[in-house]
Write a protein that binds this ligand. Structure first.
Ligand SMILES: NC(=O)CC[C@H](N)C(=O)O
Length: 329
């Protein structure tokens, strides 16, 4: 039986699943308007017609549809976790001294603003420049130690040990000229806390953590609840850090399409070039939705648009938000 937070709520799991299945079948067609990322050769081999979704509510109530179990790499979705991890260790003030909270309107891997705005402080932690800085801030004096800290947070939230997709990691490592250029510039301007190759190893390995939609939905759920993990019954992340992360997801999480996403979907979200989207609905937003207690949402659809966002995934989310009236605005 599907558990809901209010007795007045009329939804049953089967009904919610049927809706999702129908919408997934419809929006899968949109994938032909995008293509799998090709600048990381290992991502090019994904099946562009895949589309899957998992929604998890606070009692562990879960609905899924389509290719929800297909593994994919977190890519930029990991930027949310690493930012939270760095803030947990150093406190927000230390991290915000080294990375700003302003959207850029530029591509996620753009270099242009670093030199235009002295002294080269990255604009936000959701673009590559800011995320590489954040990866360098993780505690520890080696990439292994920094990753260990990040993995522990991932594990606490998802209850699963992170697995690195070595093929994707090596593939990106070999083709990471632009990220290397960004890291060298950040090193030159004093915005890296370790060596260039070390920061890149941490950053590219965190991007290569393999997940499915359920795991990112779980992270989304904990963010929806301001860091409280309902299945563990424990506050696993500081509330103020999670709130800041959600503000950054809303303003910068969908790269240079963040404005449109806020306008037409209206949920804090983070995407990755492998086609994942992690998003969330806060509790008690609209009592008539199937998730009145809030939920985390994980989506996977590997055909992406020119900004790097899943075409079918965004299109599916637009419909869900519209049908269930769950925009935060
Ligand atoms: N937008 C993304 O998901 C980018 C992540 C990718 N690993 C990169 O650094 O280019």
């Amino acid at each position: 039986m599907f558990q809901t937070a209010t007795s007045a709520n009329k939804w049953e799991a089967q009904q919610v699943t049927e809706h999702l299945q129908r919408w997934v079948a419809y929006h899968r067609e949109q994938a032909s308007e995008g293509a799998c990322a090709s600048y990381i050769p290992a991502l090019r081999r994904a099946d562009p017609t895949q589309l899957g979704i998992c929604m998890v509510g606070p009692s562990g109530n879960k609905v899924t549809a389509g290719d929800w179990e297909v593994p994919f790499t977190m890519q930029s979705i990991s930027k949310v976790v690493s930012f939270i991890a760095a803030c947990c260790h150093h406190g927000m003030a230390y991290v915000l001294d080294r990375v700003d909270v302003e959207p850029t309107g530029d591509a996620f891997n753009s270099i242009i603003r670093l030199e235009m705005h002295k002294p080269g402080k990255p604009f936000n932690p959701m673009i590559n420049a800011g995320a590489i800085t954040v990866s360098s801030l993780l505690p520890g004096s080696t990439p292994e130690q920094k990753l260990h800290y990040l993995y522990a947070i991932f594990q606490k939230i998802t209850d699963s040990a992170p697995v690195i997709n070595e093929e994707v990691f090596v593939s990106e490592w070999m083709h990471s000229h632009r990220n290397r250029a960004l890291a060298h510039y950040l090193k030159d301007t004093g915005y890296l806390d370790c060596e260039v190759e070390e920061a890149l190893e941490v950053y590219l390995k965190q991007c290569s953590i393999q997940v499915n939609t359920e795991q990112i939905a779980l992270i989304g759920l904990v963010l929806a609840l301001d860091g409280y993990h309902p299945l563990r019954g424990e506050q696993v992340l500081p509330k103020e850090v999670v709130r800041l992360a959600k503000a950054l997801m809303l303003t910068c999480g969908m790269y240079d399409a963040s404005g449109k996403f806020a306008a037409y979907v209206g949920l804090p979200a983070k995407s990755g070039v492998s086609g994942g989207i992690m998003t969330l609905v806060p509790p008690n937003l609209r009592s008539q939705s199937p998730f009145p207690g809030g939920c985390g949402i994980g989506i996977f659809g590997p055909a992406i648009d020119s900004c790097g966002n899943s075409v079918a995934g965004v299109s599916l989310l637009k419909q869900i938000v519209h049908e269930w009236d769950i925009s935060i605005f």
